[in-house]
Ligand binder design. Structure first.
Ligand SMILES: *Cc1c(COP(=O)(O)O)cnc(C)c1O
Length: 237
C-alpha cells in the first residue's frame, strides 16, 4: 500500500476525472429511474488502498467526501491533505483504541455498532468541532465476520446513541452480502430500509451501495453511496 509522495505522479489513467464523471452520470440516471432528485444522493469516494495522487486527482474535480476503513492508513492521508473542505468518513470496524483518532479527525462514522464505543466517540469529540455525524451499522445477514448490530438490538442502540451529546445520529449503514443479481441486491436493501423505517423521524441518511450494487441501493432509497473500485480502479491491499 503506497500513500507516499513518490506514488503521486500524475498519469492520465482511469480513476481520474473520467471515472468520476461517469459515476456522477450513473448516479443521476439511477436517481431519475427511481423518481428521485440526483442531488439527494451523495457520492462517498472510498479511498482505502488508494494513493494520495488518486485522491488529489478527483478533489481537483470537486469530490470532497472520502471514506476510509483503517485509522492507521487514514491519518497520514488526512495530514497530507490539509484542505479544510475535505470531509472524512470512517467506514471500517471500530476498535476502542482508535476512537480518539476518529473523534478528532473525522466528520462522520458510518459503522457505529456498540454503545460502549459510541460513548467513547462522544466523550472524545473535541468541543471546538461540531457533533460527530454517525450512522448505526446493521448486520443484515448475521455474518459473524462483519461489523454491525443485529437487528433485534437496534432500537436500544438507537436510543442510546441519540442520548449522546457529541454524536449526531444521521441514519443507518449496511453492507449486504454481495450478489451479482440486481433483484437480490434490491431485496437486501429493501429489507434494510424497512428495518429502519420505524426511526424515520430521527434520520436523513441511508448509507448503502458500493461499486457493484449502488444502482439497486439508489432504487431503494440510498442517500450516500460508498464507491471505491469503480472510481479509482483496483486497490492495493
Ligand atoms: C471497501 C468498502 C466500500 C467500497 O467498495 P467498492 O467495491 O470498492 O466500491 C464500501 N463500503 C465499505 C464499508 C467498504 O469497506
Amino acid at each position: 500500500m503506497q500513500t507516499g509522495e513518490s506514488s503521486d505522479v500524475e498519469t492520465p489513467t482511469a480513476g481520474g476525472y473520467q471515472a468520476l464523471s461517469e459515476m456522477r452520470t450513473r448516479i443521476a440516471e439511477a436517481a431519475q429511474r427511481a423518481g428521485r432528485l440526483p442531488n439527494s444522493i451523495a457520492l462517498l469516494a472510498v479511498s482505502k488502498g488508494q494513493t494520495l495522487g488518486s485522491i488529489r486527482r478527483i478533489v481537483a474535480h470537486g469530490q470532497l467526501a472520502f471514506g476510509e476503513n483503517y485509522v492507521q492508513e487514514a491519518l497520514p492521508k488526512i495530514a497530507a491533505l490539509p484542505n479544510l473542505r475535505l470531509e472524512w468518513h470512517f467506514i471500517g470496524r471500530l476498535q476502542a483504541n482508535k476512537t480518539r483518532d476518529i473523534a478528532e479527525q473525522f466528520s462522520w462514522v458510518h459503522s457505529v455498532d456498540r454503545l460502549k464505543l459510541a460513548e467513547r466517540l462522544s466523550a472524545q469529540r473535541p468541543s471546538e468541532l461540531p457533533a460527530l455525524n454517525c450512522c448505526i451499522e446493521i448486520n443484515l445477514n448475521a455474518e459473524a465476520t462483519k461489523g454491525g448490530i443485529e437487528p433485534g438490538a437496534l432500537s436500544e442502540l438507537v436510543s442510546g446513541v441519540r442520548a449522546l451529546p457529541r454524536l449526531r445520529l444521521r441514519g443507518f449503514m449496511a453492507l449486504p452480502t454481495p450478489s451479482s443479481d440486481p433483484t437480490v441486491q434490491r431485496a437486501s436493501f429493501r429489507i434494510f430500509r424497512e428495518m429502519v423505517t420505524p426511526y424515520v423521524s430521527t434520520f436523513d441518511t441511508l448509507s448503502m451501495g458500493t461499486s457493484t450494487d449502488f444502482e439497486a441501493a439508489i432504487a431503494e432509497g440510498a442517500t450516500i453511496v460508498r464507491i471505491g473500485t469503480a472510481l479509482f480502479g483496483a486497490r492495493a491491499e
